[in-house]
Design a protein around this ligand. Structure first.
Ligand SMILES: N=CN[C@@H](CCC(=O)O)C(=O)O
Ligand SMILES: [Zn+2]
Length: 435
């Protein structure tokens, strides 16, 4: 092969392991293919000036191929492991007012719905988020996204949903848009105006407001280029949005070109999985109460299951049946569910909980937090694996095997050495610097 031309952004050389995840352009992994993610021992990665992966392979081959090339930056990764940046497929990161007081209520035995019905939970956060200035919400969001980035996340889904009326929902989406334009972390933006039924409204009234007031304005903002929104979400749950109102909102969003990605079958079996499969949903989150029929429907439709191990852990819910979903061939993904109820920014911790509590293998958990989470966001053609032409988003671990990222419970602060987005080092742990 001819020598490659100079001027590349980054060379990461001589890594002990480069974890590709997949190597044949797969858009997701299921069943046995999740059991052994693809790994190159003693490998190197080149990221081109466009921020995309130019080459990946054995260190010797890459060394010969790029012997005459120059790089803006070279990282000697001897003794380190390289992974694709992690993908967090479910977060609620825009809000004001923490709920630490509710954590003690829940520890004392109150359920999520007890707190919600007593006017706390989402309602508490809605009140504080409506009152907050956009600048305050943006500052909080940026701090949280940086924390996620330091924990290895390079693509994150961010929901609105603490406004429940036009003005605040738009304010939240604008704040997400501003973060998307100014921060290196990749963002998938989700409109979740049907996250709860606002106080003083019935389900029918709330559904009408979403359909007749919020969605038309969202469409106008998107058409003018002021906002770009990727997904539509509804909290489909007994006492929140029923199946019919969920269906009408999701269908309206789909007609606007949004991907369907919603909360379903969390606290009660609602047949949300079947609804999602029928509507061609890209993803459904939670699924603690999904039925066997729902699992089969999702496997057939290739609707991703976004499992959220922190929620079941904090709320002491039954664990989602990850093994049944994996065995049935569902595309299983993971998310942190960062929100004021589940204050967790760390996908390494999420993978650990998925392994111990949901009985996933480490390889399954990593595939679920990379390629499959990217699939759940419609981004697996550009993210979620270390393959040529994908975006140059990498994680470098100071560890001899990649599994240490999951094994060392709560250890990501020490183990993650660099985070790279688009070929730029955005976090260098040695300097304890966000760059
Ligand atoms: N279940 C609904 N929504 C969130 C919780 C949001 C909140 O409690 O503020 C979730 O995914 O866990
Ligand atoms: Zn959620």
């Amino acid at each position: 092969m001819s020598k490659m031309s100079p001027n590349h952004k980054l060379l990461v050389k001589n890594a002990k392991q480069v974890v590709l995840i997949c190597s044949n352009g797969e858009k997701y992994l299921t069943k046995a293919d999740m059991q052994s993610v693809s790994v190159v021992e003693n490998g190197s990665v080149v990221i081109g000036s466009d921020g995309r992966i130019k080459a990946v392979g054995p260190a010797e081959t890459i060394g010969a191929q790029f012997s005459e090339a120059s790089f803006d930056k070279v990282i000697d990764a001897t003794g380190m492991c390289v992974l694709p940046g992690l993908v967090d497929a479910h977060t609620h990161p825009v809000w004001s007012g923490d709920r630490v007081h509710e954590f003690s209520m829940k520890l004392a035995g109150a359920s999520y719905m007890d707190v919600h019905r007593a006017g706390g939970g989402i309602h508490f956060t809605v009140e504080h988020t409506r009152a907050a200035a956009a600048s305050e919400l943006l500052a909080a969001l940026c701090g949280r996204l940086l924390r996620m980035q330091r924990a290895g996340t390079t693509l994150v889904e961010c929901k609105s949903g603490y406004g429940l009326e036009l003005h605040t929902e738009l304010k939240m989406l604008q704040v997400i848009e501003e973060a998307r334009r100014t921060l290196p972390i990749n963002i998938s933006s989700t409109y979740c105006g049907a996250h709860a039924v606002p106080r003083g409204k019935t389900v029918a009234e709330a559904t009408r407001d979403v359909l007749q007031v919020q969605l038309p304005r969202l469409q106008a903002e998107m058409s003018s280029g002021r906002l770009s929104v990727d997904n539509i979400d509804v909290f489909c749950e007994r006492g929140v949005f029923d199946l019919d109102s969920t269906r009408s909102i999701l269908q309206a969003g789909k007609l606007m070109g949004l991907n369907i990605n919603f909360h379903g079958d969390e606290l009660h079996p609602m047949n949300a999985a079947q609804l999602g499969a029928e509507l061609g949903a890209l993803a459904i989150s939670h699924l603690e109460e999904v039925t066997d029929e729902g699992i089969a429907a999702m496997a057939r439709a290739k609707t991703a299951a976004v499992l959220l191990p922190t929620t079941a852990y904090i709320l002491r819910l039954p664990q989602p049946r990850a093994r049944a979903m994996l065995d049935a061939g569902v595309v299983v993904a993971l998310g942190s569910d960062f929100n004021p109820n589940a204050y967790c920014c760390s996908m390494p911790l999420v993978m650990h909980l998925a392994c111990v509590n949901m009985r996933m293998s480490m390889s399954e958990a990593l595939a679920a937090a990379t390629i499959n989470a990217a699939y759940a966001l419609g981004r697996s053609h550009t993210h979620g694996s270390v393959e040529v032409n994908k975006q140059g988003d990498l994680l470098l671990l100071q560890a001899p095997r990649w599994e240490h990222l999951i094994y060392q419970l709560g250890g990501h602060q020490e183990i993650i050495r660099y985070v790279v987005i688009g070929g730029n080092v955005v976090y260098d742990n040695d300097k304890t610097l966000d760059l």
